[in-house]
Design a protein around this ligand. Structure first.
Ligand code: NAD
Length: 270
């Protein structure tokens, strides 16, 4: 029997991707969709909103009512930090597990998500791509095996419209390597310009390129004497984030209350 899924933020970029991928999934049934109050999508067929043809599912603006009427078993939310926290509270009150892909939570919002996770299973991950999460895991493992003899540098490439640099994924990669090597986040070097002197043995450089329509590329370089190892991830569409979120949704149904991330979903918790 397929799992009944509700998508929050259905009219957004990730919402469109999720509606299309959920409709193609054999073991998930899209049964409801919500958007912010006042969105032009409210009252429309979510299939028309996401350009996938009619679905018979009307976009609603109240999560609690949508959950009750649809009997959804799991929610995927790619919205806005405040909305995601409100949705987590609703899901905790109704006992419906939730997958949150939204980024940019303040420490206080994170604490609120943790409080909700005491009552319901919650997966929160700033990058839902299965490939990227495997790269997080492998980069830390490579750092442990290669050790101090290899200098580590992270390079990321994104489209010209990206506003923040370096990407959160590049920072997470560098922090994971730092942790694996027993170093603090202070060891990250986010820019080099002018007479910076010789590279220290403990720094981890993080650099960003911008241009064109690059969805997202990340490479971790392990630079040794006479050889180098490069670990690269390239995203060519938003589908990996959506597919990862659907995988998390399948995984979280029936789990005990708790705060999980993609390492749990993928069985990579070390
Ligand atoms: P977007 O702005 O295109 O879509 C967000 C949607 O959420 C909008 O349609 C908006 O109307 C809706 N929304 C806002 N408040 C709402 C509410 N209270 N109830 C229901 N819907 C509401 O943004 P996007 O590119 O789809 O990204 C959404 C979030 O996901 C961002 O925080 C982004 O950084 C994050 N993101 C995460 C991953 C990941 O892998 N975890 C990947 C891509 C994007």
């Amino acid at each position: 029997m397929s799992t009944r899924l509700l998508i929050a933020g259905a009219a957004g970029r990730m919402g469109h991707t999720l509606v299309r991928l959920a409709r193609q999934s054999a073991d998930l049934s899209l049964v409801a969709a919500v958007e912010r109050a006042g969105s032009p999508a409210v009252g429309q067929d979510v299939g028309a909103v996401a350009n996938v043809g009619p679905t018979g599912i009307t976009v609603q603006e109240d999560l609690s009512r949508a959950l009750e009427s649809s009997q959804a078993q799991v929610v995927i939310d790619f919205t806005h930090p405040e909305a995601s926290v409100a949705h987590a509270r609703t899901c905790a009150a109704l006992g419906v597990p939730l997958v949150v892909g939204t980024t940019g939570f303040s420490p206080q919002a994170r604490a609120e998500l943790s409080a909700c996770a005491q009552r319901v299973a919650l997966v929160v991950a700033p990058n839902m791509s299965v490939g990227v999460n495997v790269v997080f895991h492998m980069a830390a493992r490579l750092a442990q095996v290669l050790g101090e003899a290899y200098d580590v540098e992270v390079l990321e490439v994104h489209h010209r419209r990206k506003k923040d640099a370096p990407s959160g994924t590049a920072l997470r990669l560098a922090e994971g390597v730092a942790q694996a090597l027993g170093r603090t986040p202070d060891s990250l070097t986010l820019a080099r310009q002018g007479m910076v002197g010789e590279r220290t043995t403990t720094e981890i450089g993080v650099q960003a390129l911008r241009g064109g329509d690059v969805v997202g590329e990340h490479t971790v370089f392990f630079l040794g004497e006479g050889e180098r190892v490069e670990l690269t991830h390239r995203a060519t569409s938003r589908d990996p984030f959506g597919l990862g979120a659907l995988r998390a949704a399948r995984w979280v149904v029936g789990r005990p209350a708790g705060l999980y991330d993609m390492a749990d979903v993928l069985g990579m918790r070390s």
